[in-house]
Write a protein that binds this ligand. Structure first.
Ligand code: ADP
Length: 433
């Protein structure tokens, strides 16, 4: 207990005792005490009311607090109030700094609450997406950015999805959107201008497509002449090896050009159209076309489902052929290559597994890059060009499917293509009449 509190209690007790003593002198001790209690109460109520007025009007000049406990209360109140004012100023300055730094960011940042309503946004969000800091506060972001991809992005609870969509304010510009969880139930929508990156990508695509297109005709001519030369029985023996090598290399170049053109076509095509593919028939046909000679690994067809797949048959065929020819190329003849077709309520899986060389774990993420080959020298000898898995990846993306690669060096690999349920057609059960 503070000294002032102790003094206050002592003073009050003294006053009540004095009242009782005066009453006792007149033979009315209880009444004396009662009068003293009443006087104390009236005085404290008066002090309380004038303190309330002083706080309300922020003027303590008329408040007579004396030197007792009320002086302490007033001093503490003034101290706390000036501290609160100081802190408020600090917070305001801090908030200003934070706002200034978020405004300096080239990326748009929008804080959203649990209902996807805008809490705050920075200046870049205004220039990139047209959001207005004051006017749009409290509005649902998907009512302002109306691209369906945004709603999809906001609905993704894993926060690992990103989307690219045209800017609603600047024609021809593209934005990249990403949501990160933030605070309690809040989200931060990050927006980035990716117009330049898209333009560069388009230039790269166009260049690859144009160069491949331009190379195709001269290569056909060169290959044609080399084929005729190779078949010419009058060709001098010294020319035979160089001509055969030139022929092999020109065929390889033709394959690269064809694969690059196919990649360009896949990159600029949207989602694949939907025709039901009889996977059982397709896989059986590919299996019989590939009837392995004695010096190659055994192929096993594991058909666990008869469901059909919605997609482009020639593209799905190229996926299977690419995966199968890789598996055969990297599996010794004592090994096995298994093609599996299986379905579940989660969709369908097409996988090609082998008991071959396998791939180092750190190289797996790079396999679908263009021209990436684990062992360049060996792949070149095998006729590999490093575009097969890039084509597989693009075909699968067009079919809303994902490629999952698992492998263990020396034990084998599995390339599994997972198709979502929307791509799977379950045939109706046969009805007996
Ligand atoms: P390539 O034409 O060289 O086969 P791909 O894009 O099809 O090109 O494959 C890229 C690389 O991935 C290959 O060079 C090879 O090193 C590796 N690879 C692909 N499939 C397999 C497999 N089944 N087993 C081992 N390595 C593989």
């Amino acid at each position: 207990m503070s000294v002032a509190a102790r003094k206050f209690l002592f003073g009050t007790a003294l006053f009540l005792g004095a009242g009782t003593a005066v009453g006792w002198v007149y033979g009315q001790a209880m009444n004396g005490l009662l009068v003293a209690v009443l006087l104390t109460l009236i005085w404290q109520i008066r002090q309380l009311l004038s303190f309330e007025r002083a706080v309300r009007t922020d003027n303590f000049d008329d408040f007579r607090h004396g030197e007792g406990i009320w002086e302490q209360i007033v001093a503490r109140f003034r101290f706390e109030r000036s501290r609160a004012i100081r802190r408020k100023g600090d917070y305001r300055r801090l908030l200003k700094e934070i706002r200034k730094s978020t405004d300096a960011m080239p990326d748009g940042a929008v804080i959203l609450d649990a209902n996807n309503e805008i809490v705050l946004c920075n200046r870049a969000a205004k220039t990139l997406a047209g959001l207005k800091r004051k006017k749009d506060r409290g509005q649902r972001i998907d009512n302002i950015l109306r691209d369906p991809l945004i709603s999809q992005l906001l609905g993704d609870s894993n926060f690992d999805q990103t989307v690219e969509f045209p800017s609603p304010v600047a024609e021809g510009r593209w934005l990249h959107g990403r949501v990160v969880p933030y605070g309690a139930e809040q989200k931060l929508l990050m927006l980035r201008d990716i117009t330049e990156r898209r333009q560069l990508n388009k230039m790269r695509r166009d260049f690859a497509a144009n160069a491949s297109h331009e190379l195709r005709s001269p290569l056909t001519v060169i290959s044609g002449y080399l084929d005729s030369l190779a078949d010419d029985e009058e060709m001098p023996a010294t020319w035979e090896t160089p001509v055969r090598q030139m022929q092999a290399q020109s065929h390889r170049m033709q394959r690269i050009v064809t694969d690059l053109l196919e990649l360009s076509r896949l990159e600029s095509a949207g989602t694949a159209t939907s025709a039901a593919i009889d996977m059982v028939r397709l896989l059986e046909r590919i299996r019989s076309d590939y009837e392995s000679p004695a010096n190659e690994a055994r192929i096993i067809l594991n058909l666990q489902s008869a469901v059909e797949l919605l997609g482009v048959e020639s593209e799905i065929e190229s996926v299977v052929v690419n995966l199968l020819s890789n598996a055969m190329r990297y599996t010794p003849r004592e090994g096995e290559v298994t093609i599996t077709w299986v379905s579940s309520p989660d969709g369908a899986d097409l996988s090609v597994s082998d008991t071959g060389d396998g791939i180092d774990a750190e190289l797996i993420p790079r396999l679908t890059e263009r021209f990436f080959r684990v062992d360049r020298g060996r792949s070149r000898d095998d006729g590999g060009v490093g575009l097969g898995l890039a084509i597989v990846k693009h075909v699968l993306a067009r079919h809303d499917a994902l490629l999952r690669i698992t492998s263990e060096p020396g034990a084998g690999s599995e390339f599994c293509c997972h198709f979502p349920p929307e791509r799977v057609v379950v045939a109706p059960p046969l009805t007996l009449s």
